[in-house]
Ligand binder design. Structure first.
Ligand code: CP
Length: 360
């Protein structure tokens, strides 16, 4: 029996900070459903399956004009605020497209030099202002934990609209992890699903928030082995390893990428994230050839395995690899739009209408 957790509007900021991530996740939910979307820990296996199935249903409905018209009417009374103060291509555009598919209006701030933050307005006051004009705030920030802070702050106001974390600092990117899980669900649909697969993460794992969120989500599946291959200074954080240990998940820290490729079911490549470097710019000196997927590696890869990347990439996957059917990173981008439509439908409780329209 889990201890009772105070709901977000009743908890103080200091009390919230004392909670484990699992307990925080419960606090961010309302009636066991995610209210705010802040951390990967809010998604259990049944919800991941439900969202994946809904994304597939939605993409089928969207194939016809009639279906698109139906979807476009579902949330035409809602407005989404896109507050992206850190650069983004895919996450911004896929949320924007997802909102359009459901008929939502969108408003946006992408550069604080054009907002009153330039005049010294706090982020708290900015977000409170956005909540006056919108029904959900989707936000990306370079500041770790900012989405959580804003969700807590708004929950103590008259307009506690949901906050969706679209990437916060180096800590989490839960909706990227959702699209990654959706991609894995589809890739292994005919091979027993995600259970018992080996997922190999490569590159900058210390600062890769997509890796951190996905590593958490993979613990929802049975006997998944996670292998982490990174330069020593950029290896996965101890907090993630502690979580894997506590959840009984198998993991390995490795250094020889070529040796690991043949045992992988999925290889998750990442870019060296030198935007987080301090002035010394140390990560620019890493020899990334040891953490890159070259065309010659394709012959080491199992026929059913997939190569993933959250993108953007630099040189860690050779462009020649794009033509191989096992390279699924461009599919991930498209999957990201559909899973975000499913997520918005879930937040605004219109999944049943979609199920009824689809007929399954
Ligand atoms: N994967 C991802 O978050 O991409 P963007 O930074 O382009 O949004």
């Amino acid at each position: 029996m889990k201890a009772k957790i105070k709901p977000l509007p009743e908890i103080t900021w200091d009390e919230l900070q004392q909670l484990t991530l699992d307990d925080k996740a419960r606090c961010f939910n309302r009636s066991d459903r995610p209210l705010h979307i802040l951390v990967a820990q809010q998604f259990d296996r049944p919800l991941l399956q439900e969202l994946g199935d809904m994304a597939t249903r939605i993409r089928q409905v969207a194939k016809s004009k009639q279906g698109m018209d139906f979807l476009g009417n579902l949330l035409s009374h809602k407005t989404a605020m896109l507050y992206f103060t850190q650069p983004s291509t895919r996450t911004f555009l896929s949320f924007h497209s997802a909102c359009q598919i459901l008929g939502m209006r969108t408003v946006e701030v992408r550069d604080t030099s054009t907002s009153s933050e330039m005049k010294g307005e706090t982020q708290e006051d900015s977000i409170r202002t956005f909540s006056s004009f919108s029904d959900v705030i989707i936000m990306r920030s370079a500041i770790g934990g900012l989405a959580e802070k804003m969700a807590w702050m708004l929950s103590h106001t008259e307009r506690p609209v949901p906050i969706v974390n679209a990437g916060s600092g180096k800590d989490q990117h839960p909706t990227q992890a959702l699209l990654d899980i959706y991609t894995l669900q589809r890739s292994f649909e005919k091979r027993g699903g995600i259970d018992r697969k080996t997922v190999v993460f490569v590159g900058d794992l210390a600062r890769g928030r997509t890796v951190r969120s996905l590593a958490y989500l993979l613990t929802n599946y049975e006997r998944v082995k996670q292998v982490f291959i990174a330069p020593p200074a950029l290896q996965i954080g101890k907090d993630i390893l502690d979580h894997l240990k506590a959840s009984g998940s198998e993991y390995e820290l490795a250094s020889d990428f070529e040796k690991v490729i043949p045992e992988a079911d999925a290889i998750y490549m990442t870019r060296i994230q030198d935007e987080w470097d301090d002035k010394t710019g140390d990560s620019g000196k890493v020899d990334i050839s040891k953490y890159s997927f070259a065309a010659e590696h394709l012959k080491l890869l199992q026929p059913h395995a997939v190569i993933m990347h959250p993108l953007p990439r630099r040189k860690e996957i050779a462009v020649e690899v794009d033509h191989d059917p096992r390279a699924v990173y461009w599919r991930q981008v498209r999957n990201g739009m559909w899973i975000r439509v499913a997520l918005l439908a879930h937040i605004f409780d219109c999944s049943d209408s979609i199920r009824d329209y689809h007929g399954s």
